[in-house]
Design a protein around this ligand. Structure first.
Ligand code: GLA
Length: 386
């Protein structure tokens, strides 16, 4: 089980080792797992994600000369630039970090130099928004250095800065769910976000004897490699063919009139998936685990057959989880690899993880990873202790 280790001290110590500077602030932002509502964010739809206890920690020390130095555990070479030289042309991992410093500066927030060191317990490439957690932890650190409280307006600016870094600098055409939940989530709740109205609300989760389990297939997923962008383009084509602003306005009857088989199936996933989100909120509220099972099963089948973003490892993990006692399981996130999410009796966690491990070994797949997704709070910063 991958534990959500607090890496605050680790990050401040590493900052000292890297640059010899003392952190005054540590920004923190979680990863996320989406319970339901997949690929619906960029279709003006509904989503229901939860913030993970696993997070990125960004230790930051202010600088008076405008220089930006960023170090991570993954690259021995720090990224070095100057706040006045940042722009949309930033390569590799630094796009998610320096990209946010650039977009925050563009927004008139957090405009100074700093030394930054990132540490993360969010698994990379697992479809758990490690990138949004990096973006928003960076933003929280930079805003902490700038002396700004993370009130609702500033949080909205964090979401916008993270999205701009992701779409304009990292060039991943994503929809905004990840930055929204990792910024606005409240402990103990899921976040119901409506991408038509732009509103969100906390949905307290009374899980009782139930647990949210995430299983990372370790099939690495990328949001920049074309599959995500092509799904988004097909959805936009479907809406345009129907003469609608977005698929949020489409009915199933309208979707069935679409001539192109692929575009029709993509649109069918979006319309049926949006319709599953509010019933999921109700089922969670009422502890109706059988309904959760049906909703998750329908969602997974729709992503596998109509949206075609599943892979055999995800299908195997889902089938095995349900066979071993989970109430419901489905792939989660962008797809083409990454993780599944299951809701299951807490007493069944060991049996379910063991069954998935065994099924993966028998199928010749590499060992999966598991983590418990206790619903956690969104981005924050704390004053560093020296
Ligand atoms: C990725 C994107 C999100 C969303 C999901 C699929 O996580 O970043 O915007 O589209 O995929 O639901």
């Amino acid at each position: 089980m991958l534990e959500p280790t607090d890496l605050t001290r680790h990050a401040t110590e590493a900052l000292r080792t890297n640059f010899g500077t003392e952190a005054t602030v540590v920004g923190k932002a979680p990863g996320r797992v989406n319970l339901i509502g997949e690929h619906t964010d960029y279709n003006a739809g509904l989503v229901l994600p939860v913030a993970l206890p696993h997070a990125t920690y960004a230790a930051a020390a202010p600088r008076t000369d405008g220089v930006i130095r960023i170090a991570t555990a993954h690259d021995p070479e720090p990224f070095i630039s100057h706040i006045d030289q940042l722009g949309p042309e930033i390569d590799g991992w630094a796009a998610y970090v320096a990209g946010v410093l650039w977009t925050l500066r563009e927004a008139g927030l957090a405009t100074g130099g700093l030394d930054l060191r990132l540490e993360s317990s969010v698994p990379f490439g697992a479809g758990l928004s490690s990138s949004a957690s990096v973006e928003c932890a960076t933003a929280a650190a930079a805003l902490g250095i700038a002396g700004r409280a993370l009130d609702a307006d500033v949080r909205r600016a964090v979401v916008a800065a993270g999205m701009r870094a992701e779409t304009e600098v990292a060039k991943a055409p994503t929809g905004g769910m990840d930055q929204s939940v990792v910024t606005f989530a409240e402990e103990g709740g899921a976040l119901l976000i409506d991408f038509d109205s732009g509103e969100h609300r906390n949905v307290p989760l009374a899980l009782g004897e139930r647990t949210i389990l995430v299983t990372d297939t370790r099939v690495e997923h990328q949001l920049t490699d074309g599959g995500y962008a092509s799904r988004r383009a097909q959805c936009e084509k479907a809406a345009a063919d129907l003469g609608l602003r977005s698929l949020r306005e489409a009915t199933l009857d309208q979707v069935e009139t679409l001539g192109d088989d692929v575009v029709r199936r993509r649109a069918r996933h979006i319309v049926t998936e949006i319709a599953r989100v509010e019933p999921t909120v109700d089922a969670l509220g009422g502890g109706d685990w059988a309904a959760i099972g049906e909703l998750f099963a329908a969602s997974h089948a729709s992503m596998r057959d109509d949206f075609e973003i599943s892979v055999p490892e995800l299908d195997l993990a889902v089938a095995t989880a349900v066979g071993a006692g989970a109430d419901g399981a489905r792939m989660t996130g962008g797809g083409f690899g990454g993780s599944i999410v299951s809701i299951l009796p807490t007493a069944a966690v060991e049996a379910v993880t063991a069954a998935i491990d065994k099924a993966f070994a028998e199928a010749g797949h590499g060992a999966p990873g598991h983590l418990i997704a206790s619903p956690s709070a969104g981005a924050m910063f704390t004053e560093a202790m020296s």
